[in-house]
Design a binder for this molecule. Sequence first.
Ligand code: GDP
Ligand code: MG
Length: 694
Amino acid sequence: MDKKIKVALAGNPNSGKTSIFNMLTGAHQHVGNYPGVTVEKKEGTFKYAGFEITLVDLPGTYSLSAYSIEELVARNFVIEEHPDVVVDIIDASNIERNLYLATQLIEMNAPLVLAFNMSDMAEQKGLKFDIGQLSQLMEAEIVSTVGNKGKGKTELLDVIIRTSGQDRRQRIHKVHYGEEIEHELGEIGILLADKEQQLVEKYGSRWLAVKLLEHDSDITVKVHSREVLEAVTAGIEHLKSIFADEPEIVMADRRYGFISGACQETVKTTVESRHSYSDRIDAIVTNRILGLPIFLLLMYLVFLSTFKIGKYPMGWLEQFFGWAGITIAGFWPVGSESWLKSLLVDGVIGGVGGVIVFLPNILLLFLAIALLEDSGYMARAAFIMDRVMHKIGLHGKSFIPMLIGFGCSVPAIMATRILENKRNRLTTMMAIPLMSCGARLTIYMLIIPAFFPEKWHGPMLWLIYLIGIILSIVVIKVLRLTVFKGETTPFVMELPPYRMPTGKSVCIHMWHRGWMYLRKAGTIILAVSIILWAAMSYPKPSEQSLADLNPEQAQQKKLEHSVIGRIGQAIEPALKPLGFDWKIGTALIGATAAKEVFVSQLAIVFAVSSQEAGADGEKSTQNLREKLQANYTPLTGFCIMLFCLISAPCVATIAMTRQETNSWGWALFQFFGLTALAYVVTLIVYQIGNSISG
Ligand code: GDP
Ligand code: MG
């Protein structure tokens, strides 16, 4: 008794479906209509290797939307008749357009085989496919065929039989529609699972949500829950306002991005055949030789403008906090030693104000990142990095969470969820804190102008970011060779077409970041500033012990007597070889709460220790920079940045790593590993720098 299997042939018109159908079935075919419609249905049954195969020729379509009766017929056949295998006939000489249908079949979780038909034409055009890799990316076996010559027949049949025996598995590679759309898909999916269980069982919640957002008429009428329909309408409106385009169009772009990414690496052409606008830009931007320099240059421009433009609003904020300090200090008589005055002026305004003045820089950096992201360039950056990442044992996709890490390690660590491979995920997570986050930018913004001439500001900032990137590469390589040994799986790097970023979307991203920064300043940093201020002001030495000292010595004595002074002095021997004194040490301790605290802490230390503590309230950032310059060398300044870049990430990051790995072990490994690395690197740099300059 032969095992029966049902196979559907899908494909674009003129891809050679009928030729393949004839090649496989020979004369055993009969023609009818699909039920209820006048679309021709050709069916044929034949035997091969102990199987009885029924082959159905689906109508030729470019897509599986609900716009034409042919598309609906093809789609419903795949959903309702449950074919054991769907063979998508691809015109290999026109692969990118033909794969669009494949992305939709993938999305339907169809058991898929790709026949690269017209392979003779493709060869004539000078196209070369890395079939193995492409097949891994599309998660479907690929067979080359020449339909009108009968080539590839047995190979295709063998693959069909192999595929029919496999379970339908969840696919790893899905088209990722971008943050906003994915968010809507998630919400609608959850609602659907609750309100439309029958539909979800039949179609799957993600596919349903995709079709609803695409305004698919056939699916929309099947949904009865008002709540779902309202959520869909609201979702479409929301997305329209962000993209200034129908979600449907943006989603189609994303599918092409998926294809384009998969093809970029696997399809080579020996003949120049690139035409479209996006392709022409990509030819330059993702060029093997030019790609990396262009990326580095763009990042350089971003940092340069962060400084150049940010300077002005930052000045205004400094003036404001200076004025606020003076005004508040003015409530007390000159020279009075009130603890409340010191708390407000040194602790709160000095600490939190010292952090908030950098808000314009933060906003500018995120404006630039949002522009690069929304225009589609960031996907290219990940693509360019893919080659480097492969060399160190990761995939370019890991670069996306790492890019997010430039904003904040916390969401970046969460974003590693896009990596399906556990080893890749852990490796990426461990290296993410080496991407200079927005909080570290605050430190650089304080230190760089304090020690380096103006024309070096942009280059220095760029350099420190670059050091982070390079170190992360080294760390990843080492981890992949030791702790996280193993194979990597290929992944599709999506290359969405370039589009004009919309003002709204860019503003949302930028504001979101800015708000997170302000909220942190108002909560964690405020609390830590107050605690550190107290730890620095108490316990106070007895009055007699200060009696014989001049005011400056008295201040010094008070600080040394305080909790912070004692801790700082205790750890000073360990920090000395790095060029740090105990004042920097206390700021480094504070920085584990949140990196910005380093700045507020230094501001407080120098305010408290200065003679005129709380007297004039003039604690501007410039003032602090002058004090730093008077107390330390540029080498120390550089080492501070280096140590802050590499050392233990803030508590929020550690907490997120713990949550995402579900293990204190990995969180602590990250914490102590990075701190140890920071110590070693800073030690080497300081000692070498010192011996050269000294
Ligand atoms: P359908 O519209 O998808 O059913 O495509 P057909 O099977 O009708 O083929 C369209 C045209 O392409 C016909 O002229 C076929 O002879 C030709 N054709 C089919 N397969 C191949 C192939 O692999 N190579 C070449 N060069 N031509 C093919
Ligand atoms: Mg045909």
